[in-house]
Design a binder for this molecule. Structure first.
Ligand code: FAD
Ligand code: FES
Length: 348
């Protein structure tokens, strides 16, 4: 755990703030564009963690910054909006996340960034990093909001466009636009944008998307339909599954009142647990005061990736692992329930 002090709070449109930090210890590890910071709060015995992507870029000597949208009834986002003050101290964990942009100085690629609302946060970090660290990469940012007035980082993005007119193109999509074909991201618009802007081969293009699930699915399935390789399409999920889940699609829950013996291998130690099937492996581990890695607790952030070496688990939700990885025994312990007695899990 590291201690940050709040150095600045910047008000942005659409109930969004950016929070800048100073690393009091000077020990905070280097982060990569696209990664997130986990904030940890203690309320008596209860620890609450939340993840927020960096909107600052590691390629610039700018303060560490996260950007937070106020969520209605949200416990932590409202605390950050209404209670946090410059000078306050916050506990944070090391940078995490697999939604990473690795700059390559020699690359000639086209990088397409698709953001909706506060989903701009990791993509703004990636945009700045790719423009600074690379010389030939072309960036196309497609950024959806309800209106120009509600677009966070609008002026900043225009400044970047002026600085790099030949390498950065920004397409703002506003749902209050009179031009209906550009009021919402849609398949036809996406296809023409891709055909117009692709510099080289399909294999050289990279895609990053962050927004609501239906938005990211539209981008992903259009790209796959056009023949872009799946491994070049990356997405970051901020939202909770229940937010967008269709009642008809929800699987009938199977009630199982069994308990399973599970062994966790963690930091060179072996922990034997009894996990009732209605609890996650992470929750039972935390009840036993094992300092397991976690952040979102909902199958979205990748912090708790582990390897099943014996037995089996069932995940409630998974926005991180590919089918192939799940087949090879990878799991997210925050959403996993054992389904076999004697299951052994290596916490990676
Ligand atoms: C990898 C990752 C990166 C993230 N990066 C960012 C970021 O850069 N900026 C940012 O603002 N948030 C980001 N989030 C979301 C953030 O971690 C919190 O989930 C969010 O701030 C809500 O927390 P809360 O405590 O205020 O709400 P909670 O008290 O946890 O939730 C209150 C209610 O709001 C619903 N809810 C929770 N989150 C959302 C949401 N995002 N939109 C709509 N309804 C919601 C819940 O289902 C619940 O009903 C990220 C999440 C992940 C997993
Ligand atoms: S803690 Fe985020 S995926 Fe498990």
């Amino acid at each position: 755990m590291y201690e940050f002090s709040v150095s600045e709070i910047i008000q942005r449109p659409n109930h969004i703030i950016s929070i800048r930090f100073e690393d009091k210890s000077g020990q905070f590890p280097a982060y990569k564009a696209g990664q997130f910071l986990t904030l940890s709060f203690e309320f008596g015995e209860r620890e609450v963690r939340r993840s927020y992507s960096f909107s600052s870029s590691p390629a610039l000597s700018e303060p560490l910054e996260i950007t937070v949208k106020r969520v209605e009834n949200g416990e932590i986002s409202r605390l950050l909006h209404h209670k946090l003050q410059v000078g306050d101290t916050i506990n944070v964990l090391e940078p995490q996340g697999l939604f990473i942009y690795e700059p390559n100085i020699n690359s000639q690629r086209t990088v397409f960034l698709f953001a909706a609302g506060v989903g701009i946060t990791p993509l703004y970090s990636i945009l700045k990093t790719a423009l600074i660290e690379e010389q030939n990469t072309k960036i196309i940012l497609v950024y959806s909001n309800s209106s120009r007035e509600k677009t966070a980082f609008y002026d900043e993005l225009l400044e970047w466009q002026q600085k790099y007119p030949n390498r950065l193109k920004i397409e703002f999509i506003w749902s209050d636009s009179k031009n209906l074909s550009k009021a919402r991201l849609n398949r036809e618009y996406l296809i023409s944008l891709l055909n117009e802007n692709l510099l080289n081969d399909k294999e050289d293009a990279l895609f990053y998307t962050c927004g609501p699930l239906f938005y990211m699915d539209l981008v992903k399935f259009t790209l796959l339909g056009m023949g872009f390789p799946e491994e070049n399409v990356r997405k970051e999920t901020f939202h909770f599954p229940e937010e967008e889940e269709d009642d008809d699609e929800r699987e009938e829950e199977v009630i199982d009142d069994k308990e399973y013996n599970v062994t966790l291998l963690f930091n060179g130690e072996e922990f034997k647990l009894i996990v009732p099937s209605n609890k996650t492996i992470l929750d039972v581990g935390l009840e036993h005061k094992i300092k397991l890695p976690y952040s979102c607790k909902s199958g979205m952030c990748s912090t708790c990736i582990s390897q099943v070496t014996k037995g089996a688990v069932k995940m409630d939700y998974n926005e991180v692992l590919t089918d192939n990885e799940v087949e090879r025994g990878k799991c997210l312990i925050c959403v996993s329930h054992p389904t076999e007695d004697g299951t052994i899990i290596d916490i990676l």
